[in-house]
Structures are given as C-alpha cells and as structure tokens.
Write a protein that binds this ligand. Structure first.
Ligand code: SF4
Length: 404
C-alpha cells in the first residue's frame, strides 16, 4: 500500500511545527505541498533535508514493487497487480490466455490460422487468443509466424526469463537464483504436474500474497501455469476458470477449443471490469433494422450488459425498432431505480432531450417489466406517451412484440 500525502505530512516539520517548517528547501512552498507531491512520486524524498529516518524507511518499503509488469509483445503486458482482491481497488492486467503449439507440428500453420481467426464479441468488446506458448525446435521461425498474426509468442527464446518450480519453495529458489544473476524480466512458471487443483490454488495464493502484501522480491513476478495435456475438456475449463480467479497471470491451454476459450473470455471480462466503473453504453436512441416512424419503442438504462442483451433480441427481429437508453451511470434497471438514477423525471427529460417525439409517429414506450411499479409515475411525467410494461427477461421481447 503506498503512502498518502497526509500520512507523509505527519512526519514532516510542518505537522510538528518543528524547525524547518515550510522552509522551501525542497522547492515546494510548504511541507504539505511537498507531502502531496511525494505521495504522487513527483518529487524525490532526498529533496527535504529534514525527513526523519522512520519516514525514509517507510517510504522505501512502500515504494517496493508488488508485482512487476512484463511485456509479452508490443501491446500485451502481464503482471502489475497491486491488490489481492478486485474490490480492494481493481485488477490491472487481464490474465493472459495462451494456447500451446508445437513449432515442429506439421499442421502448425493450419492450427495457427485457426487460432488467429478465432474472435468473439461480448458487451461491445472483442476477444482473441492473447498468446501462443511455443515448444519444439523451430522456435525462431514459429515466433515470427505467431507475431505476424499480432499474437504474443511465449517461449524459451523470449527476451524474458521463464523460471520454473514445482511448488512454492522450489520456485522461490529458482527466482532467487535468477535475481542473483541480475535477471530483471522474469516469469515464474508453477508446474501443475499431478497436483490437485486446490493445491495449485494454494501455491498461487501464497505467491500472490507474498508479492502484494509482503513485497517479497522473488515472488514479485507474474506466474504462468500450463494446464496438463491429459485433462479432458471439462477438466480444462474448470481448472483454467479457477486459476483465472486465483491467481495465474498466464494460463496456457493444451489445445485450441472455442468452447473453453469463450468461457474463459467471459469469466475474465467479469473479473477484470473495474468495479468502480461499470460497463456502460452511450445514453441515446438506438435504431435496429432501419425502423420506420411507426416502429416499436423500448426503453432501458445504459448498463452495458442490459443494453447488449436487449440489442441482440431487437437485432434478431424481422422488423425495425428503437431503443431509448437513459443515462444511469451504467447501473442495471433495478439498481438504477433504487439509486434514484432511473426516476420518472429523469426518463421524461431524456425522452425530451433525445427529441423522440420528432423521430417517431408512435406514442407508445415499452418499459422493462422489472419497473412495472413505475408505470403510473412515468405515465404522469409523460402524459403525451402511453407507457406499456414490457418483459422481465430480454429473451421474451421478440414474443412480446410479435403478439403486441
Ligand atoms: Fe518542509 Fe522539508 Fe520542504 Fe522544508 S524542505 S518545506 S521541511 S518538506
């Protein structure tokens, strides 16, 4: 945990009204200004000649890196985490999902093509395989081919060192040796072997805790785990999902499988969403399938998951429709309602600001079924529109509109 400006200030002469208070020798007008700059690492601690040794030690400890970031390609970085739990702040760099490929495989090009062509889209984000873990004798040629597809290549010839260990203790020793040899960019590889999943998770948790909380240098590097090749598809999906949550930085799948990848991408998107910044879409009127002026009008909040669920249903219809998306700080309909982000007044104002009445001839708006209790209130706020209660689930929308 880094020190805040106030925590630093407590140790400076300014807080103690001691000799040197606001002496400006550090180049800052006051001790408080220096403390705030130091907290943001915008000034060197040595600039103040009055720093007590206690603060120097604390600052030195707090400045130690918790987990190093390692570059796997021009665009892909792993590691860099600084909290144990996502809700403490946020996780920083998504777990890298890699697929193992043998560079000597006679079908290498075909398999690489299949992997690089695979892409899914979820809640407005596109996901592809991040990296290929290469083995075999043709590493250089294979690396070039992989990188030409804009995928990171992980292998023994990469510019970082892969340090292996079968457990907490052996990986610690290997890392210490690498550090003694002045190796800077390290990836720790925890070998799965015949261990139970819970044992791997325990090892990964110990490593992450030693890095984040204790800032113990041998463990302050991203950790890679390769899923054993003898597992079946379900075991791979289950193991990789658990490791994604606790605490693998890179997961190498033994082979390419679309079902496993889409499962992992979906889980990863949920875990690596910043909890302080809900996924949201722009608040506006969206059009589907070139609606005419008499097309149905639906309404919801700008929570991305809700939007994409409703949008997918509207896109699938053989006729056009409008979707009014109100600003709600990315909250789902019920959350927005309970947080006063979906009030009758706000909805009426949005509909007016979006000039919906000029866009359509219809004067009916379908609201989410979960907000049925707001119907009368909305009706009162928008007397020129007929408010209709819609469905609770997005998947019920097509049936509702066909029957309506
Ligand atoms: Fe305060 Fe130190 Fe800066 Fe003087 S040099 S103003 S004591 S922080």
């Amino acid at each position: 945990m880094s020190l805040t400006g106030m925590q630093i200030f407590k140790y400076l002469p300014g807080a103690k009204k001691a000799e040197g208070t606001n002496c400006k020798q550090c180049g800052c007008p006051t001790c408080m200004a220096f403390a705030l700059k130091l907290a943001k690492q915008q000034v060197a601690i040595e600039k103040c000649p009055h720093i007590p040794s206690e603060l120097k030690e604390m600052f030195c400890e707090a400045s130690k890196i918790q987990q190093h970031e390692i570059k796997l390609s021009h665009t892909l970085v792993t590691g860099g985490e600084n909290v144990m739990y996502r809700h403490d702040k946020t996780f920083v760099n998504r777990t890298v999902i890699a697929v193992w490929l043998d560079s000597d495989d006679k079908d290498f090009d075909k398999k690489l093509e299949q992997i690089s062509n695979y892409e899914i889209e979820r809640i407005g984000e596109k996901f592809k395989v991040d990296a290929i873990y290469l083995t075999g004798k043709n590493l250089e040629t294979a690396t070039k081919k992989v990188e030409a597809k804009s995928i990171a290549a992980i292998s023994e010839i990469a510019p970082y060192s892969i340090v292996k260990g079968k457990d907490f203790e052996t990986i610690e020793k290997s890392s210490q040796q690498a550090l003694a040899q002045n190796k800077k960019d390290i990836i720790l590889e925890l070998e799965y072997g015949n261990k139970r999943l819970q044992d791997i998770v325990e090892e990964l948790t110990l490593i992450r805790r030693a890095a984040i909380i204790k800032r113990y240098e041998p463990f302050t590097y991203p950790v890679m785990v390769k899923i054993p090749r003898d597992m079946d598809t379900l075991q791979i999906a289950a193991s990789a999902s658990v490791l994604l949550c606790r605490y693998a930085s890179i997961i190498v799948l033994p082979f390419f499988n679309e079902a496993i990848l889409s499962t992992l991408f979906t889980l990863r998107q949920n875990i690596y969403t910043n909890p302080q910044k809900p996924l949201q879409v722009e608040a506006k009127v969206y059009e589907f399938n070139e609606p005419d002026k008499n097309a149905p009008v639906l309404l919801t909040t700008n929570f991305a998951l809700t939007y994409f669920a409703v949008a997918a249903e509207l896109e699938s219809l053989p006729f056009g429709s409008y979707l009014v998306v109100t600003p709600s700080d990315g909250m789902s309909v019920l959350t927005a309602w309970s947080a006063d982000k979906f009030t009758a007044e706000l909805v009426a104002r949005s509909v007016k600001n979006f000039e919906l009445a000029q866009k359509v001839n219809t004067r009916k708006i379908i609201i989410p079924g979960l907000l049925a209790h707001m119907r009368d209130e909305l009706q009162e706020a928008m007397p020129e529109w007929e408010i209709i209660t819609g469905t609770i689930e997005a998947c019920q929308i097509p049936e509702f509109l066909k029957n309506g």
